[in-house]
Design a protein around this ligand. Sequence first.
Ligand code: CA
Ligand code: ZN
Length: 301
Amino acid sequence: MTQKVSRSHVFFSFHPDLEPVLRIQQGEEVVMETHDCFEGQIRNSNDLIDVLDWEHVNPATGPVYIEGAKPGDVLRVDLLKMEIGDQSIMVTVPGEGALGDLIVNMETVLLKLEGNEVVFKDKIRVPKKPMIGVIGVAPATGSVPNGTPGAHGGNMDCTLVTEGASLYFTVGVDGALFGAGDFHAAMGDGEIVICGAETPGEFRFRAQVVESLKGLPTPFLRNEDVVAVIVSATTIDEATSGATHAMARFLTEFVGLSVNDAGMLMSLVGELKFCQVVDPEKTVRFEFPNYVLDQYGYKMN
Ligand code: CA
Ligand code: ZN
């Protein structure tokens, strides 16, 4: 029977001393349930953001200890199946986010899920695109609040973190201490008012150390179409430079391209995108298409 991690096991920062709630074998499939980013504190449109107990924002479920994962290993996490709740929440927070200077009123909006669409204010239909905002492993040292992204993962709010994607993290501590939360029924790149369609959810995953990828720039992601490096830094400029250099390093060290070929192909078919521009650290990703890697005969494990 598949083991399930209940959403009652939450933590609020990634750090090396987290107590594992479950130990799993590599390759074992596990289901993890998550709260929404408000831990369910906002229930209807009358609950404005000022009701929030901020100590209970951005819960992640876990952590899960993966047997045999050692510091320095690259851990691949396959997101096999994702399900989300039938209702999600958006809020505005005056003074916060990329439009904080314009937004003066708090507002809470409930969005219903109808089939493959998310319905905004009973009228506007947008495609459902479930993704996970907070996902990562414990860093080797220090403590990173779940609202902050970093080299360990965390609040990356990357719209590529969907069903079918594989994420790669560098393990910081024995067992990796993997956790996730903050599902979105849909979210745009940038996360302009600091939220997507915030929803509880659950996902099925398996995790595996990949020896041949030791040294990979992480967090790294692969889906059917692209590979991507995800980099967070204090400024967009730093994150952009970090993501661009990390992709060049992947293409030269792992795929075997020359620096000039890597640069020209990144310039030709690469895509530099924002994940989020509103958190304490900003997150940028550099995407590179798999069809080019295929032509180099590169197959990623
Ligand atoms: Ca988030
Ligand atoms: Zn969120």
